[in-house]
Design a protein around this ligand. Structure first.
Ligand code: SAM
Length: 218
C-alpha cells in the first residue's frame, strides 16, 4: 500500500503534503541529526535561536521539540531568568529531552495543533524540523495555536527542511530517508503564517537545507 504522502506527489518529485509523523526512536534520531548537521548542529540551532530574538527572561515555547536540542539552546539564550516549554506528542522523544535539560526547561506531551499553553503567555514560539511531521490537515491549526499563545509583539520562528533542488540529490535523499525528506514546505508554512494573522513575515535560510520563516504577532 502506498504511503499516504505519495498520493500527493507533484511534478518534479517534490512532495507537497508529506507527513513525517510522530517519532519514537529518540536515540536513533539523535545520531541521525548529529550526522546530518555534520558538526554544525549547535551553530545552526544557535543561529535559529538568535533569529527568534530570544533574550534573557523570555518565555519560549518549542513546538515539536523532539529530543530537546533547540529547547536547550533556547534555554541558554533566556538564561536562568527565562523558561522554555518543549511540546511533542512522542513520550520517547520527551523522555530523552528531559534527561538532558536544565531546570528552566519543561516538557509536555501534545501535538502542535493543541498547545497546552495559555493565551498570550509566550514571548517566542520556535519550531525546527517539526512542521512536516504535523498531519497536513492540522498544520493550519498548529500555526493558529502558535499565534494564540504568543503575546502581542511576540515572535515566531519556524524552520524546516528544504530539500535539494537538483532532482538526483532529492530522489537519493527520499530513497534513503523516506518520502518526507523530498517535501519542501516553505510555501505552506508561509501561507499558514500569513493566514493566521502574523505580521512582519520574513523568509530565509539557515545552512543549505533549512528554510526559516519569522513573523510577529500584532
Ligand atoms: C525531526 S523531529 C525534530 C525535533 C527537534 N525540533 C529538532 O530540531 O531536533 C520532529 C518532531 O515532530 C514531532 N511531531 C510529530 N507530530 C507532531 C505534531 N502533531 N505536533 C508537534 N510535533 C509533532 C515528532 O514526534 C518529532 O519529535
Amino acid at each position: 500500500m502506498p504511503h499516504s504522502s505519495d498520493r500527493h506527489r507533484a511534478h518534479g518529485g517534490v512532495l507537497h503534503h508529506a507527513h513525517g509523523g510522530v517519532l519514537h526512536h529518540a536515540r536513533g534520531y539523535e545520531i541521525v541529526s548529529m550526522l546530518a548537521f555534520g558538526g554544525f548542529r549547535r551553530h545552526t540551532y544557535d543561529a535559529l535561536v538568535h533569529a527568534s530574538g530570544a533574550q534573557p527572561g523570555d518565555r519560549v515555547v518549542d513546538v515539536g521539540c523532539g529530543t530537546g536540542y533547540l529547547t536547550r539552546r533556547a534555554a541558554v539564550a533566556v538564561t536562568h531568568t527565562g523558561t522554555v516549554t518543549g511540546v511533542d506528542p512522542s513520550p520517547q522523544m520527551l523522555a530523552l529531552a528531559r534527561r538532558h535539560a536544565p531546570p528552566t526547561c519543561t516538557f509536555t506531551e501534545a501535538g502542535g495543533e493543541r498547545l497546552p499553553v495559555d493565551d498570550g503567555t509566550a514571548d517566542r514560539v520556535v519550531s525546527c524540523l517539526a512542521f512536516h511531521h504535523i498531519p497536513p490537515e492540522l498544520r493550519a491549526d498548529a500555526v493558529r495555536e502558535m499565534h494564540r499563545v504568543l503575546r502581542p509583539g511576540g515572535r515566531l520562528l519556524v524552520a524546516d527542511f528544504r530539500p535539494p533542488r537538483a532532482w538526483p540529490a532529492r530522489h537519493l535523499l527520499g530513497a534513503v530517508a523516506g518520502p518526507a525528506m523530498r517535501y519542501d514546505g516553505s510555501d505552506e508554512v508561509l501561507a499558514a503564517v500569513e493566514a493566521a494573522g502574523f505580521h512582519d513575515v520574513t523568509t530565509g535560510r539557515q545552512r543549505p537545507l533549512l528554510f526559516v520563516v519569522t513573523a510577529t504577532r500584532p
